[in-house]
Every structure is written in structure tokens, then in C-alpha cells.
Design a protein around this ligand. Structure first.
Ligand SMILES: C[S@@+](CC[C@H](N)C(=O)[O-])C[C@H]1O[C@@H](n2cnc3c(N)ncnc32)[C@H](O)[C@@H]1O
Length: 263
């Protein structure tokens, strides 16, 4: 039987060989930037309000980073020590072509044994854990290698996701189950792994439907498109607590960064 990890490696290699335009990761088009960076900006804001954001002095590891969208974003926000990791060498090659100064590292998110405990200030994943056969294992590996905080941007469990969300993502012959998180899951996985009562779980739920919102905005004249996209998400704000997506920040422990050994 082909493992889920091998399937993902092949699926990403196929995507990378079929697609040659990745410019949406580096474009400065305001609408594209707004739609793509919104969740990442939310995460940085959550760190900032807790006094945990110092881009120039913090190292970041991006897990399941694909061709480097999050890495490019973080570099442009002033982070100078950014490492993008992914299972796929093909994806990392595209990443290096998009942003040559970003460090890349082939890495299986479920087993980062080559990385010592508490090696990076921040460890971030966006739309990656739900590609793993064992998402919670990927999450606890992130907790292990992070010094200060872990950022997880993934689908949130809920009625709307169950009714109209994608349950199985298919890429040709390859498939993965869309694992959806909630506060209780993040909390329990954090506490059972860290064994640390001080660990703080911050979680925001929000709506994220970039394709649909991009289509709506695209109906407007160019100069109104960004405002239209912002208006859609603004209108959804009162019902963000039902949103299909979560931005979770797990602060390992305010102040105490003692590495935990034992996996
Ligand atoms: C949907 S893409 C997301 C990429 C990027 N985070 C983004 O949003 O543009 C999922 C990525 O997870 C990677 N991936 C899947 N399984 C993995 C694993 N076990 N370890 C590391 N990366 C993995 C895939 O190669 C792919 O690049």
C-alpha cells in the first residue's frame, strides 16, 4: 500500500511539473496580496499583541511550506532568518527560484528527528497539516522544535465544513483527508505533549474562501476590486465564530523556553 506521505510527495511533484506560473506568491497586486496574506497577517497580529513579534531577531521554520508562499510573506515582513521546509524537493526548488535568499530544507513534518528541540523561535504551518496522515503528530513535532510559539492555520471543524466543505482532497490519483481542528483538539494535543500548564492556546476562527471572494471582486472595475474583497470579509465578521478556518497560536510558555526532550 502507498503511504499517505508517499502520495503527498508524488502529488506535489506532479503539481510542480505541471505548473510553471507561481508568480501569485510574489506579485504585489493588492487584491492577490490581500487574499493570500490575510490569515498570515492575523497570526502576526496575534503574536504582536502578546509582545511576541520581533521579526528581525526571530528565526522561523515553515512546515509543509510548498513553493514558499509563507516564506516570501515573512521575508517581506522583515524576518531575516526564514527556513521553508517541505516533503517535496521539487517544491523547494521552485521556492529557491522565487526567493533565492530563503533557506530551504527537505523535511517530513511527521518526523523532524534531524531538528533538535527548541531550534526555532517560531514554527508555522498553513494548509499543510491536513495533508498528513497523522496531523496531530505533525503538530506535536512543531511544538517540539519551536522555542516560543507555533502558528497553525488550518481548516476548522464545524457545521459548514461538514455540509459543504471538501472532505477528501484529490489531486489526480492522489488523495488526502481534510482534517479539521477546533479549540479543544489544539488544547488537548498541546497539553498532552508539552505537559506544561503555562502553554497558552490562542485561537481565532474566520472565514476564508479566496476563490469565491476573488471571483466576486473580479466583477468590479480594477480599482474597486480590493475594496470589494475587503467588504465581503468585513460583512462576514459578525459570523466569524462559525468560520471554516482557524488561526491558532500556541505560546509554549511565557518566559520558560526550556527544551523538552523525549518524543
Ligand atoms: C496545499 S500545499 C500548501 C503549501 C503552502 N503551505 C501554501 O499554502 O502555499 C501542502 C504542502 O504540504 C506538503 N506536504 C505534504 N505532506 C507532507 C509531509 N509529510 N511533510 C512535509 N510536507 C508535506 C506538500 O508537499 C505540499 O507542498
Amino acid at each position: 500500500m502507498t503511504s499517505g506521505v508517499d502520495m503527498q510527495r508524488s502529488a506535489t511533484a506532479e503539481i510542480c511539473s505541471n505548473r510553471d506560473d507561481w508568480s501569485f506568491h510574489v506579485t504585489s497586486d493588492p487584491l492577490t496580496r490581500y487574499l493570500r496574506d490575510r490569515r498570515l497577517r492575523t497570526a502576526l497580529h496575534m503574536l504582536r499583541v502578546r509582545g511576541l513579534l520581533q521579526p528581525a531577531g526571530q528565526s522561523v521554520l515553515v512546515v509543509c511550506g510548498g513553493v514558499g508562499g509563507e516564506g516570501v510573506f515573512l521575508s517581506r515582513c522583515g524576518f531575516t532568518d526564514v527556513t521553508v521546509s517541505d516533503l517535496s524537493e521539487e517544491a523547494l526548488e521552485v521556492c529557491r527560484s522565487l526567493e533565492p535568499h530563503i533557506r530551504t530544507m527537505p523535511l517530513n513534518a511527521e518526523n523532524m528527528a534531524e531538528i533538535p528541540d527548541a531550534s526555532y523561535d517560531l514554527v508555522l504551518v498553513q494548509d499543510g497539516l491536513h495533508h498528513l496522515p497523522r496531523p496531530v503528530l505533525g503538530f506535536t513535532e512543531m511544538l517540539r522544535v519551536a522555542r516560543k510559539a507555533v502558528i497553525v492555520i488550518e481548516p476548522h471543524e464545524g457545521l459548514v465544513g461538514r455540509l459543504i466543505g471538501t472532505e477528501w482532497e484529490r489531486q489526480g490519483e492522489f488523495v488526502n483527508y481534510v482534517f479539521r481542528w477546533n479549540r479543544s483538539l489544539v488544547n488537548q494535543a498541546t497539553r498532552s505533549y508539552l505537559l506544561c500548564p503555562q502553554a497558552v492556546v490562542l485561537l481565532r476562527r474566520l472565514w476564508d474562501h479566496n476563490l469565491a471572494v476573488g471571483k466576486v471582486a473580479g466583477r468590479f472595475p480594477q480599482r474597486w476590486r480590493l475594496a470589494a474583497a475587503k467588504a465581503v470579509y468585513q460583512a462576514l465578521r459578525p459570523v466569524n465564530r462559525l468560520g471554516n478556518m482557524m488561526v491558532a497560536v500556541v505560546v509554549k510558555s511565557d518566559g520558560d523556553t526550556t527544551p523538552r526532550s523525549g518524543r
